[in-house]
Write a protein that binds this ligand. Sequence first.
Ligand code: ADP
Length: 455
Amino acid sequence: MTIRNRIALQFSLIVASILIIFSVLIYFVSATYRREEFYDRLKNKARTTVRFLIEVKEVDRELLKIIDHNTLTALFEEKVLVFDAQNRLIYSSVDDQVIHYRIALLNDVRNQKDVETYSGQNELIGLLYRQNDHDFVVLASAYDQFGRSKLANLRLTLGWGLLVGIGITIGLGIFFAGQSLQPISQINQQVSTITARNLQQRLDEGNRQDEIARLAMNFNDVLERLHQAFEQQRSFVSHASHELRTPLAALKSEIQLGLRRPLTVTEHEAVLQNLMSDTDRLIDLTNSLLFLARTLETSNQMPFLPVRIDDIVFMAKDELMDAKPNYRIDIDYKNIPDSETETVVKGNEELLKQVLLNLFDNACKYSDDHTAQVKISTDTKQCQIIIRDQGIGMADADRQRVFEPFYRAQNALGYDGFGIGLSISAKLIELHQGTLTVDSTLGEGSTFTISLPHV
Ligand code: ADP
């Protein structure tokens, strides 16, 4: 069942139940009111009749009967019977009919003084009338023709009203449910046209206020992120092939040069040396690409545990110094941490070490003195690692792009590297809920700052 039909059905059921409850209530209240009113009329009739009969000497039975038959307010099938203490019928307003009554009823009236009951379709009341120590029982019955026909009319009106009301409710339910779900159908249509090829397409965000508009806005955010991821993937592939093509082209021209004419042994050696260094570069590049792919793929599944970031800083320094002994890395605390936990962050030791290795390596690589100044600083919320060098620095335009994969500043082209490290580092720090920022002046040096929330 569609949501539209379900909402319409629920709405109709609720309104129909309310209508039915109200109709039944109105009917029962009216029916009770009619009965009470009719009993009151019967009682008045009974009292008047017995009073005329017993107390007014001028009125005898025959005269009373004439009065009874000729009053304008006579009721339909009206009967009034008066009994004395010995259950003898001393007055009957009708002579020509067989009169049924039960002795038990007369006794009930004597006990309860006032009885309201039915005789077939007719209402019947019994009253005890006491006069000079003589008890009389009066029974009065009649058919409430007027009241019952009014009630039948009400039943008919309520029945039709209910049918029409429920019909209108179902119609309105379907209409309004359709109206309020219309934007969702539109979004549905728009979403079905979005494919990997047109990820830049966006959904209509309507009034940007209601729930459906917010759904569209969130979906657009997801589309934006997907689009960026696709674009990154695309540019990664084109950059990677470009990076691979350059050393391969160099290899090819070396080989062509070697084949062009017979070479001496020394020339052969030189060609092979060149081939060797180009192959090394290719291997380095392939390793970096593999590392990039593997890190991005597996970083989500790496365990994140509380680790001491200052320990990792020292580990990264030792590892880099082992590989490149001519580098210098000075580590210092900017402030004494207030507590033990201020340098403990929730993260992965291996990934954080990769980030620090990359930043230390860059600082030493891009500065003549091959020196990196590292400062560890903490506050109540964050722990910061600041890596400063006095190297080549970078222009403002480069500073804004160095975190893009394969981006290398013009002044860095003379140094080894592929422009992959910083993009991986930024992603890994983002994964740790932290930030990696850079501040730099061309020709003076750069400062990279890692900020991580501590536990
Ligand atoms: P790579 O160093 O292999 O080129 P990175 O991703 O680590 O790759 O760095 C990207 C670019 O950022 C570098 O090519 C360089 O232009 C710039 N860069 C990074 N670190 C520094 C630094 N300490 N000083 C100057 N430029 C830097």
